[in-house]
Design a protein around this ligand. Structure first.
Ligand code: B12
Length: 235
């Protein structure tokens, strides 16, 4: 039943991935009555991502906002349909923006109440790369993610991914204009700050967006563009 609903909304199917995650013990108190989650990923436009090699572009900025809006809408519609069919589902937002609830706390730590990447690894869809990106088996990092929380056990079991598959590759580490990554491989016991400096990344993203696009935003995406896993899935 759940997969039928998801397949109905996540169209065209080739642009999406989804998977089911057991999140017991992993969510903050605000969400802990939801024990399971559905990770939904929407593919980014490959031509736009390829165009990021020399820095952020206005096309990427628009595309990224459009995908966020698409994901927000489709996950809301799915959650509504699930709720109409006896489930208890909650669609979370793809990202946090200025003015939204919790934004001040977010700025202090650069973490949000729910990590879509964590839901993605628990759903077995991919792992965390050296630049702290979610690397999906299907699209590499060339996607944006969202999560639908669920109280009921969907009874579809995924094998969670618990360590990085990046091996010796350092493409994103050397490409990062902020030098934010130190090259250490991720596993579920590794904290973000041990291998990735999010504050340095954010500052550089702000500088690039200001200088290249004249917008007060934080945009880069070079780590997404250079990842060979994403490129491989394109071929
Ligand atoms: C805060 C934030 C930022 C901050 C900090 C980034 C960071 N790496 O933490 C800043 C402003 C710098 C930023 C920048 C960007 N961001 Co951002 N950001 C977020 C946001 C809102 C919250 C992430 C968060 O809470 N991080 C805190 C840390 C602790 O968690 P985490 O980053 O998710 O990763 C840890 C966990 O996932 C954990 N984990 C994974 N699996 C498991 C399993 C278990 C059992 C456990 C215990 C832990 C665990 O491992 C990771 C490392 O510790 C998310 C949306 C969301 N709600 O998830 C988008 C998000 C992470 N951003 C995204 C993107 C695309 C970007 C940018 C490319 C945008 C751009 N500027 O062009 C850059 C790239 C930065 C980069 N290389 O990470 C995408 C990532 C897509 C992908 N393929 O990975 C997300 C998911 C948004 C989305 N809806 O798709 N971002």
């Amino acid at each position: 039943m759940i997969t039928k609903i998801l397949d109905r909304y996540l169209q065209p199917a080739g642009e999406y991935i989804y998977g089911f995650a057991d999140l017991r013990g992993l969510l903050v108190s605000r969400f802990e009555c939801y024990e399971f989650g559905i990770s939904v990923g929407k593919k980014l436009d490959y031509t736009i991502v390829d165009g990021l090699v020399n820095g952020p572009t206005i096309e990427y900025f628009r595309h990224y906002n459009q995908i966020n809006a698409d994901l927000e809408e489709v996950t809301l519609r799915i959650a509504r349909d699930l709720n109409n069919n006896g489930f208890h589902a909650l669609a979370t937002k793809p990202t946090i923006s200025a003015g939204s609830e919790g934004y001040e706390e977010y700025l202090e730590r650069l973490t949000y109440d729910i990590s879509h990447k964590m839901v993605g690894t628990r759903a077995g869809l991919g792992w965390i790369g050296k630049s702290d990106l979610f690397i999906s088996e299907k699209f590499g990092p060339r996607l944006r993610l969202d999560t639908i929380l669920l109280k009921e056990d969907p009874e579809v079991r995924a094998v969670p991914v618990e360590r990085s598959k990046c091996g010796k590759c350092r493409m994103c580490v050397t490409a990062c204009p902020a030098n934010a990554a130190n090259g250490r491989l991720w596993d579920i016991y590794t904290q973000r700050d041990e291998f990735f400096d999010a504050f340095r990344c954010r500052e550089k993203c702000g500088e690039l967006a200001r200088n290249r696009l004249n917008v007060d935003e934080r945009i880069c995406g070079l780590c997404i563009s250079v990842c060979p896993v994403g490129k491989k899935s394109y071929l």
